[in-house]
Design a protein around this ligand. Structure first.
Ligand code: NAP
Length: 253
């Protein structure tokens, strides 16, 4: 168990996939963990797992793109679990389509959840971090930030996340706060399973196709990303800020 000093972490989109693995990992590391997702009931199995293992957790239902809801959720976390000084902006959606078929609604949904969501959450949580002169923000980008067919909206949002992260690192560094981004490659979650379904390829076949192109010879697991989050939020990583780490089984970026 690392030196977490009873700190509280928030993981958005924590009910499933990378967020759920990250919430469980941070609880193992000794953080009290607030699991935020659209539906509070969907967060409960993750919180139950944390509590069964002897940790502290809290399930909170919130849409990260809704300003009043975000303020209320963060206030509730502070009251019920402790002032949050670790934030993992992980909530995400896909609305893939080629540019000529992409609706303005599909563009807006992706921008709202990834960019507006990360902005609102970071703004709400930074006040607890600045008060304690210590904080860790980790934002989920993607290898799609480098460009990906059918993902003009998602690629733009994930590239935006990188600029947002670097700016937070510059603005908040003097308060003992670091901000870093993780850009995963292909990770086995419901999100990539949905991509397989959309393009009409069995998930196992898509995983095998992708693994053949990845230098380490396999696709990623949510725990691969959670491990990287665990490093960024550790006390010892206080001189690492404004970085983008590609967790993709090989060099990217
Ligand atoms: P996932 O399995 O689809 O989980 C995403 C979670 O975010 C879901 O529980 C979803 O809730 C929640 N969410 C969506 N909109 C939200 C909102 N407005 N407010 C609160 N929660 C919301 O996705 P994942 O694969 O674990 O991905 C996690 C993050 O990593 C995302 O930012 C994604 O873009 C990024 N990423 C993933 C991969 C990959 O290969 N999987 C690669 C690169 C980057 P619902 O289920 O209710 O919609």
């Amino acid at each position: 168990m690392s030196n977490t000093n009873g700190r509280t972490a928030i993981v958005t989109g924590g009910a499933r996939g990378i967020g759920a693995a990250t919430a469980r990992r941070l609880a193992e590391d000794g953080f009290a963990v607030a699991v935020l997702d659209l539906d509070e009931g969907d967060c409960r199995p993750v919180v139950d797992a944390i509590e069964s293992a002897g940790g502290r957790g809290l399930a909170v239902g919130v849409d990260v793109s809704a300003e009043a809801g975000v303020e209320a959720a963060v206030t509730r976390v502070a009251a019920e679990l402790g002032d949050p000084t670790v934030l993992v902006n992980n909530a995400g959606v896909l609305r893939d389509n080629l540019l000529f078929k992409m609706s303005a609604g599909d563009w807006d949904s992706v921008m709202h959840v990834h960019l507006r969501g990360a902005f609102l959450m970071s703004r709400a949580v930074q006040r607890y971090m600045t008060a304690q002169q210590w904080g860790r923000i980790v934002n989920l980008s993607s290898t799609s930030a480098l460009g990906n067919r059918g993902q003009a909206n998602y690629a733009a949002a994930k590239a935006g996340i990188q600029g947002f992260t670097k700016t937070l690192a510059i603005e908040l560094g003097r308060f003992g706060i670091t901000a870093n981004a993780i850009a995963p490659g292909f990770i086995e979650t419901d999100m990539t399973a949905a991509t397989a379904a959309r393009i009409g390829v069995p998930f196992e076949e898509l995983k095998a196709q992708r693994a053949a192109q990845i230098p380490v010879g396999r696709t990623g697991k949510p725990e691969d990303v959670a491990h990287t989050v665990s490093f960024f939020v550790s006390d010892g990583a206080g001189f690492v800020s404004g970085q983008v780490v590609y967790v993709a089984g090989g060099p990217r970026g």
